[in-house]
Design a protein around this ligand. Structure first.
Ligand SMILES: [Zn+2]
Length: 353
């Protein structure tokens, strides 16, 4: 009996172990809800989820943000209701990544280039193993028409040596174009959405926006040069999408989104998705009118400051330092920055008034 009950116990233990193992295996292969990593908040802020192709979970279920056609038609509409406060704030960097920097385009952008869907990927028609055949690609450029406020809506295309300036082709005059928000004597530059070096486009009003030197040269140019050099070095092609982002009915763009992906090597050579800031560090820009106030001019303008009478530091009213200040030491004044500094007050290091 002792032996019998012993082997019975052994069988029971084996059975329990077997059940536990099977449970573990079932867990591993079952449809445990895929926990999506938190979406890039910037991407959402930019409304970019509308063209996010990787927007379904492991079961192929679409997330709520990409219903019906996945919003694939909406993304070209100028977002006239963009709340300025929802756009990324300039933090001293030329640009910030959109969607973790991963380039994604609406299907239309791929299709016009001669690419066909290959699972989650794209290839040229008839090519096995998802490869891209340069000869089957269709280089093109598309420029969105101006909206009812005369603002650029964006440009995209498949860029290559075919779209670039040809030998001996000279840059044309673009001074006839006055992009939306263009204000005289404000040091604005006519900023190409698709650079001349990539498109050979000159005075095309759909391709020129009112931009700062900082946007043009520090933000966009290094990225444009990356694409240009890649094309010259490889003869390959790059899908390219540039969109200005306007807040509300403002006439000057807050920034420009630039997305690029090298096609033949599937992004190995060029791959970025960023938002470049249309700012001039230290200057204030009225994006409605295009009027720029430099730091020096701003110092001459009277405005509201809050002085800490105990420390002698002055702040913008919105500064956290003001919230923490005791009412006793708080003094609100209307003055110019120059007046305050000449009276011996020190600008706050945090809000930098
Ligand atoms: Zn402050």
């Amino acid at each position: 009996m002792g032996t019998n009950s012993n082997s019975g116990r052994k069988r029971l233990i084996s059975a329990i172990i077997l059940v536990l193992l099977m449970t573990a295996v079932l867990f591993a292969v079952s449809d445990v809800p895929f926990i999506k990593s938190a979406r890039d908040s910037l991407m959402q802020k930019l409304g970019y989820e509308a063209i996010d192709q990787g927007n379904s979970d492991e079961n192929g279920n679409e997330n709520s943000v990409s219903e019906n056609d996945g919003g694939k038609t909406a993304e070209w509409d100028i977002a006239s209701d963009i709340d300025p406060s929802s756009l990324p704030e300039y933090n001293g960097q030329h640009y910030v990544k959109v969607s973790n920097g991963i380039p994604v385009f609406p299907d239309e952008v791929y299709e016009r280039a001669g690419l066909v869907k290959d699972g989650d990927d794209w290839k040229t028609k008839g090519n096995l193993l998802g490869t891209v055949d340069s000869n089957k690609l269709t280089p093109y450029e598309y420029y969105g028409s101006l909206d009812n406020l005369g603002r650029c809506t964006g440009a995209y295309g498949l860029l290559g040596e075919e779209t670039m300036p040809q030998n001996g082709q000279e840059r044309g005059d673009i001074s006839s174009v006055h992009p939306s928000g263009w204000a005289k004597a404000q040091n604005w530059e006519r900023c190409h959405l698709i650079a001349w070096a990539l498109s050979a486009e000159n005075a095309n009003p759909s391709n020129l926006i009112t931009g700062t030197h900082y946007l043009n040269y520090d933000g966009m140019r290094p990225l444009e040069e990356e694409v240009e050099h890649y094309i010259w070095n490889t003869g390959n092609h790059v899908l390219y999408y540039v969109r200005p982002w306007f807040a509300g009915d403002e006439l000057v763009a807050r920034g420009v989104q630039m997305t690029a992906w090298s096609v033949e090597d599937k992004g190995e050579g060029v791959s970025f998705n960023v938002y470049c800031f249309n700012v001039t560090p230290g200057a204030e820009i009225d994006y409605k009118t295009g009027i720029v106030t430099t730091a020096e001019q701003a110092a001459q303008d009277a405005r509201t400051y809050v002085i800490n009478t105990r420390s002698g530091v002055f702040h913008y009213p919105s500064c956290d330092g003001v919230k923490e200040m005791s009412e006793h030491n708080k003094k609100t004044v209307t003055a110019t920055r120059t007046e305050l500094t000449s009276q011996g007050y020190t600008p706050c290091g945090a809000c930098e008034p």
